[in-house]
Design a protein around this ligand. Structure first.
Ligand code: URA
Length: 434
């Protein structure tokens, strides 16, 4: 078999056989296929797509590229969550501690930023010494102790996804249903949880720009999860404007902590309540979604969810003073106010463009080698449907290089569309797929 022939076959629109997919995944992972040929195949897949069977084969090959985490020594129904990627999406940092505080084991393998979207691991590294690499034993021990562990693709877990994810990030090959489904589901299935909730984002800041594509992705991932005997559900949610107000690694950690303290932005909190109440149902902790919601509200009000984040940080070697005093988190040297030049209502805030502006500031990666600036980003002062007066602050730019201020300010004026009040009400949740 030759990789050249596989690239050509996909370029010409044919389905790849199971053997060809296995050959590609195995040989790219072990370094026999160079990045330039893998990039060409990814681009061919991007344009010509994969069918359901190819997507399942890709997922299996990625799981088989490495080890799996055996979680059979963890008591209880273990739940996992994944987002298909969004802007300002710090849900894991909030939802994980909330679920764990309700007494349900939350087991999660997270990723890094991808394209214009952020990644939980990058965010967690804003907390000094937080260790994202855990062995299977450490993962099990932590979860048995405190009901939560969050780790990276440690050691040899889905090494194929680790390499392909980084390559897709810099070759404009992220937005493909099969590549996203394979990437997410291989990670989810390599960690042997019992139930999985998928937050499938749709809108300008998501990889899926329209609702039909998002529903197809959700269905495909739910089918893959269920075919492995995991109870899997998906919720299709709005990513037209950023979630919450903060975009950027340390800024999002701060916002997540505030949300756990009961002072978070409404949309971010509501999404955590929605996903969380479904997870509590899946874990058989409650019989009704409403009861799950109340249980989650209680762990916020009692401070138990916030305490759980502190325990998580402590168990993974992080400095808990960063959670107790968010002033210690990486901070940008400069904060620039972007003031409105008109009055009216915010009609839209293009989430993808905001994500790209944050990436330009250093919050995301331009190349595989890029080093992140964890401090930088954007904090929105106005969200969609808010009233804006002339000269009012729309957003704050947090930056370390003042030379970038003018460009980001210019972009933000374009990103914020201000006009008459929207007629339609904002919708956070579009569809549930079980
Ligand atoms: N999240 C992932 O883990 N992989 C993708 O491809 C997209 C989002």
């Amino acid at each position: 078999m030759r990789i050249y022939d596989i690239i050509k076959k996909k370029r010409d629109g044919y389905s790849l056989s199971t053997e060809e997919i296995n050959y590609f995944v195995e040989n790219y992972t072990n370094g026999n296929i160079p990045d330039y040929q893998a990039s060409a195949l990814l681009m061919a897949i991007y344009f010509n797509k994969m069918d359901k069977r190819e997507t399942l084969d890709l997922t299996k090959a990625m799981i088989n590229s490495g080890d799996t985490f055996d979680l059979s020594n963890i008591n209880g129904i273990k739940v996992d969550k994944h987002s298909t990627g969004g802007v300002g999406d710090s849900v894991t940092l909030i939802l994980g501690p909330m679920i764990a505080a309700c007494g349900v084991p939350f087991v999660k393998m997270s990723g890094r930023g991808l394209g214009h979207t952020g990644g939980t691991l990058d965010k967690l590294e804003s907390i000094k010494n937080f260790k994202v690499e855990l062995s299977n034993d450490e993962f099990v021990r932590n979860t048995n102790d405190i009901n939560i562990s969050i780790c990276s693709q440690t050691g040899n877990i889905t090494p194929a996804d680790k390499k392909l994810y980084a390559l897709r990030d810099v070759t404009a090959t992220v937005e493909n249903l099969s590549l996203i489904a394979g990437s997410i589901m291989s990670k989810k299935l390599a960690i042997e949880s019992d139930a999985i909730i998928l937050d499938v984002k749709v809108g300008s800041g998501a990889f899926m720009k329209n609702i039909d594509d998002a529903i197809s992705l959700a269905n495909e991932m739910v089918d893959i999860g269920n075919s492995y005997g995991r109870k899997t559900i998906a919720i299709v949610t709005n990513m037209d404007e950023p979630l919450g107000k903060a975009i950027g690694n340390a800024l999002e950690v701060k916002e997540a902590i505030e949300t756990l303290q009961g002072n978070g932005p409404n949309d971010l909190y509501e999404l955590c309540l929605k996903l969380g109440s479904k997870l509590l149902l899946l874990a058989k902790k409650v019989d009704k979604e409403e009861d799950g919601r109340n249980m989650l509200i209680n762990v916020i009000k009692s401070g138990k969810a916030y305490e759980k984040l502190i325990e998580l940080v402590q168990h993974q070697g992080g400095d808990i003073s960063y959670v107790k005093d968010t002033d210690l988190l990486p901070k940008a040297k400069y904060i620039v106010e972007v003031k409105s030049k008109v009055e009216g209502y915010v009609k839209s805030i293009d989430a993808e463009e905001i994500g790209k502006a944050a990436l330009y500031l250093g919050a995301g990666r331009e190349t595989i080698e890029s080093k992140l600036d964890l401090a930088v980003g954007i904090v929105l002062n106005k969200k969609v449907d808010d009233k804006v007066e002339l000269g009012e602050v729309l957003a704050y730019i947090h930056l370390n290089n003042m030379e970038k201020a003018e460009e980001v300010e210019r972009r933000l004026h374009e990103i914020y569309l201000i006009g008459d009040k929207n007629n339609a009400k904002k919708q956070l949740i579009y569809k549930e797929i079980e």
